[in-house]
Design a protein around this ligand. Structure first.
Ligand SMILES: [Zn+2]
Ligand SMILES: [Zn+2]
Length: 357
């Protein structure tokens, strides 16, 4: 098999490049469940024994090696997707389905083709003063995969741990510390591996989390809301993007220092505390590492448990309605009820004895 593959790779080099540019991919693996387009393209390139950049350049020479400069999972380019559909024989919807665009209307009203999405990790460009984020993976998921591949969910900021395997996700090489760059490789085969030292990510030692940790339950709840596209709150149902809209607002309130009585899980962070932010204008999740994000979403989902817990958190932090709703372009209906309760002067939540969350 190995010999046959190598002969095949040799032959590809011998073919006139123009005929490749106009042909279909020779090998077209089926997309796997929840797979990212970038992952599928990289796997396909590997099956052709080709570097992902070289591979795409063979079939799309008009982009002159620049396709990977884009975040292909958020890429908006109709002609590229039309041609990819022809080259794969897959429907355009199948290909779009692998991008992050289908989260539109679920995760937020609009998914932007750049780095402006509240919960989608930018993994390609690096700005000064911002923590560099990279594609995350669960080493055990990869180990169990027949064909290791990258999941769409692993591009989301609240994906900090694998709910199935109860371990933290990783985004850099455990051997040399290099952030994971998905499309760059050191040698043929064994996807995914570290481009610098060749470490195979599926062999990484997982860091397990206590199964009673609320953070795991919190991720499960957020996934559930995202998958259903709806969320249940006080026996009513609302569109999921209204939930994420307010969740995002609260991440930034915590950045702003409103974190009194925030239920922070113990034993995961140093000093059991989230860092104080000092970069104005940068969303809080961008500044945090994986474990800090884990704690943040764990705490927020406890605050979001019910109406009473949100109101109590706001009261503890002296969050007035004005502060709470500042910079919100609209108030989702489920949240307007909370705002209205807070507006009533008769409520003295602060005087109540705090309940255990
Ligand atoms: Zn896993
Ligand atoms: Zn490495």
């Amino acid at each position: 098999m190995q010999t046959a593959d190598r002969i095949f790779a040799y032959k590809i080099r011998a073919i006139d490049k123009r005929s490749i540019a106009n042909s279909m991919f020779r090998i077209r693996p089926l997309p796997l469940s929840g797979e990212l387009l970038s992952s599928w393209l990289i796997r396909t390139a590997y099956l052709h024994h080709s570097d992902p950049a070289t591979f795409l350049n063979l079939y799309f020479p008009e982009y002159d090696y620049h396709l990977w400069d884009n975040d292909l999972d958020l890429y908006e380019n109709d002609s590229f997707f039309n041609r990819l559909s022809i080259k794969t024989g897959f429907k355009k919807e199948t290909i779009y389905g692998m991008t992050l665009k289908p989260y539109e209307g679920w995760l937020s009203e609009t998914i932007y083709p750049n780095n402006r999405n509240a919960f989608i990790m930018p993994i390609f460009r690096r700005k000064r003063n911002i923590r560099q984020h990279a594609q995350r993976i669960c080493p055990i998921c990869l180990k169990e995969d027949k064909q290791p591949y990258l999941r769409k969910k692993w591009r989301l900021f609240f994906s900090t741990a694998c709910v199935k395997h109860k371990c933290f996700l990783i985004d850099k090489c455990p051997s040399c510390g290099e952030p994971f760059v998905i499309h760059k490789r050191l040698y043929d085969g064994d996807f995914p591996h570290c481009r610098k030292c060749g470490f195979s990510f599926k062999t990484a030692e997982p860091e397990f989390i206590n199964e009673n940790s609320y953070g795991l339950e919190a991720i499960g709840k957020i996934y559930d809301i995202l998958e259903k596209g709806m969320f249940e709150y006080e026996n009513n149902y609302y569109y999921s993007f209204f939930f994420f809209y307010i969740l995002n607002r609260f991440t930034n309130l915590i950045k702003g220092g409103y974190r009194k009585n925030l239920p922070i899980e113990k034993g995961i962070l140093e000093n059991d505390d989230l860092p104080v932010s000092n970069t104005p204008g940068i969303p809080f999740v961008m500044e945090l590492n994986i474990k800090q994000q884990y704690i943040l979403f764990s705490a927020l989902m406890q605050v979001f448990k019910n109406k009473k817990s949100i109101i109590r958190f706001c009261a503890d932090n002296r969050l007035t309605v004005k502060k709470l709703t500042k910079s919100l372009t609209y108030i989702p209906f489920w949240f307007s009820e909370i705002r209205d309760i807070m507006n009533k002067p008769a409520i003295h939540i602060t005087s109540e004895k705090p309940e255990t969350l």
